[in-house]
Design a protein around this ligand. Sequence first.
Ligand SMILES: *[C@@H]1O[C@H](CO)[C@@H](O)[C@H](O)[C@H]1NC(C)=O
Ligand SMILES: *[C@@H]1O[C@H](CO)[C@@H](O)[C@H](O)[C@H]1NC(C)=O
Ligand SMILES: *[C@@H]1O[C@H](CO)[C@@H](O)[C@H](O)[C@H]1NC(C)=O
Ligand SMILES: *[C@@H]1O[C@H](CO)[C@@H](O)[C@H](O)[C@H]1NC(C)=O
Ligand SMILES: *[C@@H]1O[C@H](CO)[C@@H](O)[C@H](O)[C@H]1NC(C)=O
Ligand SMILES: *[C@@H]1O[C@H](CO)[C@@H](O)[C@H](O)[C@H]1NC(C)=O
Ligand SMILES: *[C@@H]1O[C@H](CO)[C@@H](O)[C@H](O)[C@H]1NC(C)=O
Ligand SMILES: *[C@@H]1O[C@H](CO)[C@@H](O)[C@H](O)[C@H]1NC(C)=O
Ligand SMILES: *[C@@H]1O[C@H](CO)[C@@H](O)[C@H](O)[C@H]1NC(C)=O
Ligand SMILES: *[C@@H]1O[C@H](CO)[C@@H](O)[C@H](O)[C@H]1NC(C)=O
Ligand SMILES: *[C@@H]1O[C@H](CO)[C@@H](O)[C@H](O)[C@H]1NC(C)=O
Ligand SMILES: *[C@@H]1O[C@H](CO)[C@@H](O)[C@H](O)[C@H]1NC(C)=O
Ligand SMILES: [Cu+2]
Length: 567
Amino acid sequence: MGGVRTFLLAACILFSSAQLSAGVTRHYKFDITLRNATRLCTTKSIVTVNGQFPGPRIVVREGDRLVVKVVNHVRSDITIHWHGIRQVQSGWADGPEYITQCPIRTGQSYVYNFTTAGQRGTLWWHAHASWLRATVYGSLVILPKRGVPYPFARPYKEVPIILGEWFNADPEAVIAQALRTGGGPNVSDAYTINGLPGPLYNCSGKDTFKLKVKPGKTYLLRLINAALNDELFFGIANHTVTVVETDASYVKPFDAEALVITPGQTANVLLHAKPTFPNAAFLFAARPYATGQGTFDNTTTAGVLEYHNPNRASTKLPLLRPALPSLNDTANVTNFASKLRSLADDRYPSDVPRTVDRRFYFTIGLGTDPCPTNRTCQGPNGTKFAASVNNASFVFPSTALLQAHYYSQSNGVYTTDFPDIPPFPFNYTGTPPNNTFVSKGTKVVVLPFNTSVELVLQDTSIQGIENHPMHFHGHNFHVVGQGFGNYDPVTDPCNFNLVDPVEKNTAGVPVGGWLAIRFRADNPGAWLMHCHIDLHLSWGLKMVWVVNDGPLPNQKLPPPPSDLPRC
Ligand SMILES: *[C@@H]1O[C@H](CO)[C@@H](O)[C@H](O)[C@H]1NC(C)=O
Ligand SMILES: *[C@@H]1O[C@H](CO)[C@@H](O)[C@H](O)[C@H]1NC(C)=O
Ligand SMILES: *[C@@H]1O[C@H](CO)[C@@H](O)[C@H](O)[C@H]1NC(C)=O
Ligand SMILES: *[C@@H]1O[C@H](CO)[C@@H](O)[C@H](O)[C@H]1NC(C)=O
Ligand SMILES: *[C@@H]1O[C@H](CO)[C@@H](O)[C@H](O)[C@H]1NC(C)=O
Ligand SMILES: *[C@@H]1O[C@H](CO)[C@@H](O)[C@H](O)[C@H]1NC(C)=O
Ligand SMILES: *[C@@H]1O[C@H](CO)[C@@H](O)[C@H](O)[C@H]1NC(C)=O
Ligand SMILES: *[C@@H]1O[C@H](CO)[C@@H](O)[C@H](O)[C@H]1NC(C)=O
Ligand SMILES: *[C@@H]1O[C@H](CO)[C@@H](O)[C@H](O)[C@H]1NC(C)=O
Ligand SMILES: *[C@@H]1O[C@H](CO)[C@@H](O)[C@H](O)[C@H]1NC(C)=O
Ligand SMILES: *[C@@H]1O[C@H](CO)[C@@H](O)[C@H](O)[C@H]1NC(C)=O
Ligand SMILES: *[C@@H]1O[C@H](CO)[C@@H](O)[C@H](O)[C@H]1NC(C)=O
Ligand SMILES: [Cu+2]
């Protein structure tokens, strides 16, 4: 998609100088349509953008403005989220249904209009309504400004690699059935690389992503985990890669044989091709890091790394497989996470808050809802599965929360009593309490503009400990600490990293452990924080931070666009 390019008028003095940097406006049109797709010998109708799966690739430069007109031609309501985009003063373009907008109904359209100022790296976009992101996703690459180099050697080529999750069934029917019965959902049938399951599945050999490389060259792989419900290990046979960026923030480079990448995360890695033609081709593969109690899709997706040699038919070469960590190799995950450090140099300093205005302690995990009378339910002990933050299981309002906030009409839409700490203490990673029922509601935390926040996310053992990848909209956060067991507010802060903590928009809370993050609430709006495992999101593992306007003109949320969908 080329799109019209017009120069951005320096019209809006509401925007800070960083946002006014000379960028171009790039226009895209996203037509939400159905198409038939065949994988694993199963043909089915899928929801797509412009008939493409994966969806269109967006490549812009830092400072460019994106104007994307989304037109919904399918029966399902939809929204699009620009995952990792800060959306400073453009909260109306963030996308999560019933939080920043009502969904785009059949036949309706909505224009998402936002800048990429101050950001560079690999991000992505996806549907943020029900489970539609199973097929509605694509990469969003922000190149550095022209003339600004990467803080690593310039790669010969750049290759987006999107990991996905394929269901032979309709994903909408799968989550609908799970929510109705209260049990766990049917699992997916395959993982995919750029939409293709690869040769390790039956009836899939031709659906294999191939990456041809030249000896001696360096390739930048832009990895994205778009899978609905699974954290994944990724590795390439006989190659180590150098990790240089995660979640569109540069990191101190380090070598890895295998990566762990949670749903919602991205990672840029350098692949150094061998200096001479090897007598082999190499599989790169992804399979789950699984910590939950439920069943999961225990399969492996793979693509082929081929050295391009015009004198030799690569198909005859032996195909080597990577040795990925075992399914429950938490030590490997912890080791990988501990290596992630921000650059924290003169050019890319860390802006981790050194002082804290507000501290929060949130438990995250599963729980239960009672079974409706006269029904049988398939959750634990005949209940229904649920999930919560501080035992509050978030219920979508029937109108967009941000609109209610903007017009000061929260009454009947949301309440501001989200608890700062768990409502009843227990040994969070020990024996679960007898009563595992969650409380339901639409509760938010309200923060004055520019509050510096420290938040500890604590996994619980209710229905089993599990690694939860927590994603925050509208802000990046700094991971200042993590550990296993229950967080100790006296001793654990002594080990916090306030020098070069990694900056993320999505981070895994260790299985049976805790994660401490800091952020500055410098973006007025209503911002969802949630588990990026869509099943847990559907069960209620989400909450909202409302950040109030600041005193200055460039610290206020502008009025909603005139085409904002109505509920
Ligand atoms: C998908 O396939 C079905 C059955 O072959 C056909 O009726 C339908 O028109 C196709 N849909 C699209 C969007 O091509
Ligand atoms: C997008 O937003 C910018 C900044 O507010 C504004 O100048 C421009 O007119 C908007 N474009 C569209 C198509 O709405
Ligand atoms: C889930 O799996 C069960 C058992 O195989 C099957 O009967 C059911 O139709 C599946 N549900 C969906 C939504 O595909
Ligand atoms: C492939 O099909 C065979 C025969 O039907 C079956 O035994 C095997 O488990 C299948 N493998 C996978 C990965 O689905
Ligand atoms: C791949 O790695 C294996 C195990 O380390 C080694 O035996 C083999 O020689 C390597 N092959 C190539 C082509 O690099
Ligand atoms: C997952 O699959 C592997 C083989 O592919 C098998 O060895 C392992 O037992 C399976 N694990 C689970 C938990 O199903
Ligand atoms: C991982 O799984 C293996 C095989 O299922 C089991 O023996 C081992 O105890 C598990 N390790 C952990 C850390 O759970
Ligand atoms: C993680 O797994 C990879 C691939 O199996 C292995 O090379 C590496 O040594 C492991 N690291 C740790 C810390 O277990
Ligand atoms: C439950 O079923 C009983 C017997 O069939 C019926 O009398 C009762 O009204 C039902 N209750 C509800 C809430 O539907
Ligand atoms: C299910 O209920 C039984 C008896 O009421 C109880 O002993 C058991 O702990 C419960 N299990 C769970 C997973 O809640
Ligand atoms: C909490 O539970 C864990 C695991 O059973 C146990 O090791 C720990 O001692 C318990 N902590 C307290 C304070 O009881
Ligand atoms: C939980 O239930 C068990 C068995 O009914 C009982 O012995 C125990 O005291 C209960 N624990 C709490 C904290 O209520
Ligand atoms: Cu989760």
